[in-house]
Design a protein around this ligand. Structure first.
Ligand code: PLP
Length: 388
């Protein structure tokens, strides 16, 4: 056919000549955007082994998934538009009506809400276990209907360490699946799949992205049957993420180890300083030798993240607000894992917990960024000074 002469048709089909060998290689992948995938032969239109539509991800997503497989030691990683979506999708992919799940009481609060409000409506029984229970104690709670144990280590806000390898070993013997929210370790400081955990979920929004400007999540597994279940879950629910976001997270991953190392060191320096401050009752940080979870952290983790919490000595809530408002370098906000330091008061979120909490003073979570730790210490020192 001769080239169409209509300007409208020519504009729509204008493309560079792809026959030559002038392809340019860049360090990052191409940002490939698309809903429609052009299929070269009619016989391939319904070939399910090839990408035929953009929703399941294209070249940029494939590049990110490959990097995450490397990070997690996984055969398969699925991507979701947020960390919460990764948790809810992974849960939904493996559960059915009549199943029972044992969830850590220190689970990320929106995940707890999904379990209590949604899973229960679909006939899943949801029970909680204490985040500082040992592996045998967790398994002692399991019954014949228990299908899955959900871990998060260290726990959200209160940072209890869980014996994930121990739980995974005992659970596997009884045919029970294990899933961990591994956002704190970012897939780098602790590799759950190598320790026998079946599914490793993380919010890529945090350390993987590292710049507080993208929401994304992942679920990783080394088991082919679970890979199929996760993949079907993405397909059936219609989850999709943008190529730009996949590109941004992949860029973040390239510097993940360097940022985590520095943020972990800065965090530990600040945590040690806080431990000696008279307005601090307790520092909740598994890398501190005095922490109840320290032995597990030392055994299983290759380093510390920059996220921990402090319990202030008991004081009125107005004093907590005055302390937070006095901080100049620390921002006040949810989320964490970015290059900038953040503080967050936690007490309202802890009200949903079922199990005992020996705390007397208010709990503040700190996410340590890449600023000079001495500047952050000076900021905390000045702000703690306003507490009577
Ligand atoms: C932030 C967070 C999530 C949810 O991630 P989003 O990307 O914000 O949806 C899940 N688990 C933990 C432990 C988190 O801190």
């Amino acid at each position: 056919m001769k080239a169409p002469s209509s300007p409208a048709t020519r504009l729509i089909h204008a493309r560079p000549d792809s026959s030559g060998s002038t392809r340019v290689e860049t360090v990052g992948p191409a940002i490939q955007k698309g809903s429609t995938v052009l299929i070269s032969r009619a016989a391939d239109v319904y070939d399910e082994s090839r990408p035929t539509y953009g929703r399941m991800g294209l070249a940029t997503h494939d590049a990110l998934s490959a990097a995450l497989c490397e990070l997690e030691g996984a055969n398969y990683v699925s991507l979701y538009p947020s960390g919460l979506a990764a948790m809810t999708a992974a849960l939904t992919a493996v559960l059915k009506s009549g199943d029972d799940i044992l969830v850590t009481d220190a689970i990320y609060k929106p995940t707890r809400r999904y379990c209590d409000e949604v899973l229960t409506r679909f006939g899943v029984s949801v029970r909680y276990h204490a985040p500082d229970l040992d592996a045998a104690g967790v398994l002692a709670l399991a019954g014949p209907a228990t299908r899955l144990i959900v871990l998060e280590s260290p726990g959200s806000l209160t940072l209890e360490m869980q014996d994930a390898p121990g739980v995974a070993r005992l659970a596997r013997k009884r045919g029970i699946l294990t899933l961990i929210d591994n956002t704190w370790a970012a897939g780098a400081l602790f590799r759950p799949l190598a320790h026998g955990v079946d599914i490793s979920v993380q919010s890529l929004t945090k350390y993987a992205c590292g710049h507080s400007d993208i929401l994304m999540g992942s679920a990783a597994t080394a088991r082919p049957d679970l890979a199929k279940a996760l993949e079907n879950g993405v397909r059936d629910f219609g989850w999709a993420t943008t190529a730009e976001d996949a590109y941004g997270v992949l860029r973040g991953l390239r510097t993940l180890h360097a940022r985590l190392t520095r943020q972990g060191e800065n965090g530990l320096k600040i945590a040690s300083w806080l431990q000696r401050h008279p307005k601090i009752a307790r520092v909740l940080h598994p890398a501190l030798p005095a922490d109840p979870g320290h032995a597990i952290w030392r055994r299983d983790y290759s380093g510390a993240a920059g996220l921990f919490a402090v319990e202030l000595t008991p004081c009125p809530s107005a004093a907590v607000d005055a302390f937070l408002d006095r901080l100049e370098i620390f921002g006040l906000g949810f989320s964490w894992g970015g290059f900038e330091s953040l503080a967050l008061p936690c007490d309202p979120q802890l009200k949903s917990r079922r199990l005992s909490d020996a705390r007397k003073g208010p709990l503040i979570r700190l996410s340590i960024g890449l600023e000079d730790p001495d500047d952050l210490i000076a900021d905390l020192d000045a702000a703690l000074g306003v507490i009577p």
